[in-house]
Every structure is written in structure tokens, then in C-alpha cells.
Design a protein around this ligand. Structure first.
Ligand code: SF4
Length: 354
């Protein structure tokens, strides 16, 4: 974490001119996965790097285009905040935004406007609030330990949090949401594996988007987690120019399954500000998913889902789709509520498909 690259050759690429935007940070490891030098990489007409690894991490001028439909908090998480850093949106689980830091800041992150405000790791008062809340809410069965990336914090800080959560409720399931296995795999060391194994029931949900992220080092460290009896699932965001091809996704999900990881979710992009250049039309996402069904086995197949933009929660695709109406998809929740998600204009889809 200390050795991350934090500056880029030109100020216009820093992505933080207003001081509250998502900053730039990338590990040397992440940048080593790219086929090009990040300082001189080729970019498309919008200024987005052509390399799928660099496109996820390097700021681009396209981020400054904020569409009217985009939001600072597209999942409306803040409305469900019980305490700072703690969200109780679904009755059976709470989510902790443990930190605003990550080894690599992903340019499409749906919390990209919230991360700069989450300075440091959750303090002791916030951890204590979580303990008390858990103890008094028996309906909660799972705690999502999220961020930022919780593995950007030390083992001591994680242990402090986990011990409090266990003191609140010893049987609650902990879900560690992290991208460190692909951005900083050496973070998965013997000390961390030992720590996680002591706080079961616990499972890890990793965020992985491109086959190039699955390296021998990644496989080794995920192998340590699995050998400790900790289940690992993956989630993937559908990203234009990065993984929006059937062959890329087939390779990604089949390789994950071979590595013992359960492909869990494939997400249609959220309406976070300045991320339109990453989203593909939902119509194309549905076609891609149909094609995956024909190529992947059951254990390799993730669920396709979208978070309803108005805080309606996670909706499965295609089963939630009712119709396309004047440029918006009408989606229905299992309890019959209707939500809409925009169809990205086709012209945005041009020029990034490779
Ligand atoms: S690692 Fe996760 S929280 Fe951090 S920037 Fe990427 S998507 Fe956002």
C-alpha cells in the first residue's frame, strides 16, 4: 500500500482537481498486468486507455462528463445509514464501509463519490455502534465488511472489528468484500489467513473483471484462503471495452471456477457519476448473458443483476425485465414494485468495442 503510485504525468489525469473526486492510486503489481506502460499508453477518442487493466485504474477526461441520470450515491445507501459507515438496507444484513481506501481505485466504482469522505478505518466508536446494533437486531444474519477495500487496513484493525462483531453476535456470517486478491495479492499472507480462519463463519467475495487478473500469484493466495476452509465467491462488473465480449467472460468465469471460486454475480453498471463510458446498453448485456448460458456450465455461470437506480435493491436479469419504454427499461422487484434503468445510447457504445 505504501509503495502505490499516486501521481500521473499530467495534472488533468489526476481526477481530483476539486479535491473530492476519486483520487488515483495503483499498485505496481496491478500496473504490471497491463500490456503497455501506463505513462505512455494508447487511449481511445474519449481518452480512456485501450488496455483493459489500465482502463480500470487510470483517470480519463470522460469521467468529467456527468449524465443527468447519474448520481453521487446510485444505490441510495446513505438513506439507509444507521450510523456513519453502517448501512442497514436489507433486513437480514448490514454493510460496513470500513474504509475509503483501496490498493487501486477503480474508475467505475459506484461508491466513487463516497470514498474520499471515508477517511481512515472505522474508529472504535463506530465499531462499538456496530456491535451494539448487531446485539439488538437478531434479524441480522450477515455483515458485509466492505469499503473501499477492507484489506487496505492492517490485520490489527481488522481483528479489532471482527472481535467486536463476534462479541455482538457469535453466529453472524461475515462477508469480506475485497479486490485485494487481484490488486495486491501479497496482502493475502499467512497472518491474514490465520486471522480470517479464527472468525468463521466467514466467506470472501472478491471483485474480478478480466482474465488477466487471474495470475499464478492470485491462484496461490486464493488457494491458501480455500485451504483454510473459507469459501470464495466472485463478482464482476460488465465494463465497456474491458470485458464486454463473450469470449472474455467465458474465459473469466471458467478460469475462476477452475481455481475453486464460485462465480456469483455479473453486474450491469451502476449510474455513478462520470461512469457512462464504462456502461454498455442493457440490451447488449442481456444478449451477452444469453450467449454465456450457451457456453458455460452451471457451476461457471454467475447471476446477472442490476442495482435499481432509485434504491430498489438488487434485481435479477433477465427475470426482472418487463419492457423497454421510451429509452428506459421497466424492471419489477419480486414484491411487484416498478423501477427504471436507462438504455445507454448506442452512439456511446461505438468505438470502445474491440
Ligand atoms: S476496490 Fe472496490 S471499493 Fe475500491 S475503488 Fe474498486 S470497486 Fe470501489
Amino acid at each position: 500500500m505504501r509503495g502505490r503510485i499516486r501521481t500521473l504525468p499530467t495534472l488533468s489525469e489526476q481526477g481530483s482537481e476539486r479535491g473530492r473526486d476519486l483520487p488515483f492510486a495503483a499498485t505496481h503489481y496491478w500496473l504490471s498486468l497491463a500490456d503497455e506502460d501506463y505513462r505512455y499508453c494508447r487511449r481511445d477518442t474519449q481518452g480512456v486507455p485501450l488496455d483493459p487493466i489500465l482502463a480500470q485504474a487510470l483517470p480519463s477526461p470522460a469521467e468529467r462528463k456527468i449524465a443527468p441520470i447519474e448520481m453521487k450515491d446510485p444505490l441510495h445507501e446513505q438513506e439507509h445509514g444507521q450510523f456513519p459507515r453502517m448501512i442497514h438496507q436489507y433486513s437480514s444484513r448490514i454493510l460496513l464501509r470500513t474504509t475509503g481506501d483501496c490498493p487501486v481505485f477503480c474508475r467505475y466504482c459506484f461508491r466513487r463519490s463516497l470514498l474520499p469522505g471515508d477517511k481512515g478505518f472505522m474508529d472504535e466508536a463506530a465499531q462499538e455502534n456496530a456491535r451494539l446494533y448487531l446485539a439488538s437486531h437478531p434479524e441480522i444474519r450477515e455483515v458485509l465488511v466492505s469499503g473501499g477495500d477492507p484489506l487496505s487496513a492492517s490485520n490489527e484493525k481488522l481483528e479489532s472489528l471482527f472481535s467486536r462483531l463476534r462479541a455482538g453476535r457469535k453466529e453472524v456470517q461475515l462477508r469480506l468484500c475485497t479486490r485485494a486478491p487481484v490488486t495486491l495479492p501479497v496482502r493475502i499472507d499467512a497472518g491474514l489467513v490465520d486471522l480470517l480462519a479464527r472468525y468463521k463463519p466467514l466467506h470472501m467475495v472478491i471483485h474480478v473483471n478480466h482474465p488477466r487478473e487471474i495470475t499464478p500469484l492470485f491462484r496461490e493466495r486464493i488457494g491458501w484462503i480455500l485451504a483454510a476452509g473459507i469459501p470464495v465467491r466472485s463478482q464482476t462488473v460488465l465494463l465497456r471495452g474491458i470485458n464486454d465480449k463473450v469470449d472474455t467472460l467465458v474465459e473469466l468465469f471458467s478460469t475462476l471456477a477452475q481455481a475453486g471460486i464460485d462465480p456469483y454475480y455479473l453486474f450491469q453498471g451502476d449510474l455513478a457519476q462520470g461512469t457512462a463510458h464504462f456502461r454498455i446498453p442493457l440490451s447488449r448485456g442481456l444478449l451477452l448473458y444469453d450467449a454465456l448460458r450457451q457456453r458455460l456450465s452451471g457451476i461457471e455461470m454467475p447471476r446477472f443483476a442490476v442495482d435499481a437506480p432509485d434504491g430498489g435493491g438488487k434485481l435479477y436479469l433477465p427475470e426482472s425485465v418487463l419492457r423497454l419504454e421510451e429509452g428506459f427499461w421497466v424492471l419489477r422487484t419480486p414484491d411487484g414494485k416498478l423501477h427504471s434503468y436507462p438504455e445507454e445510447p448506442e452512439e456511446l457504445d461505438q468505438g470502445r468495442i474491440r
